[in-house]
Design a protein around this ligand. Structure first.
Ligand code: NI
Length: 183
């Protein structure tokens, strides 16, 4: 099942998402999230983006065509950042909830997490480069943070009207979305 993707401006994107009780059956939701993400040509999707305020996100970086992302398909349940370090570097990010806007965001190059995978096996792992980047972006979503929050005041001011238009649904998108001001 393909969910509509929640657009910028919806309060669910601003909430800190709730932990999921251990061993909850998430198989159907996870497969729906991958389907929704692939349908929108995304490489990551967090549960708040389909209106569910729970600590879950899915990633498949392979379509980006970068060597370091080959086979990088993961499910993160109740992830916790244990450590974030390394040189901060810029990368142009976008977001399925904020269509047509892409901006350079600075993030640290390494991130270490503890999380449960789709089988509720606990894992502890360190990620670098683009893998870390996608994780950091998705992790932000379950904390109620969007990539545009990381931009400087001038950039934010310049984007304001475009972001407003997105929340009002005044935008053309190739996938189904749910707009806060249209509901
Ligand atoms: Ni996003």
């Amino acid at each position: 099942m393909i969910y509509p993707i929640v657009a910028y401006g919806d309060p669910v994107l601003r909430k800190r998402a709730e932990s999921i009780p251990e061993n909850t059956d998430l198989q159907e939701l996870i497969s729906d999230m991958f389907e929704t993400m692939y349908n929108a040509n995304g490489v990551g999707l967090a549960a708040p983006q389909i209106g569910k305020s729970i600590r879950l996100f899915v990633i498949d970086g392979e379509p980006m065509g970068e060597e370091e992302l080959i086979g990088f398909k993961r499910v993160f349940i109740n992830p916790e950042i244990l450590d974030e370090k390394g040189e901060s570097w810029p990368f142009e990010e976008g977001c399925l909830s904020i269509p047509d806007i892409r901006e350079d965001v600075q993030r640290e190059s390494r991130v270490k997490l503890r999380y449960f995978d789709e089988n509720w096996e606990v894992r502890e792992e360190e990620f670098t480069g683009l893998q870390a980047r996608i994780i950091q972006h998705e992790y932000d979503h379950i904390e109620g943070v969007l990539f545009t929050d990381h931009l400087g005041p001038l950039k934010k001011r310049l984007l304001k009207s475009r972001l407003n238009n997105i929340s009002k649904g005044k935008i053309k998108v190739g996938y189904s979305m749910r707009f806060p001001s249209k509901v």
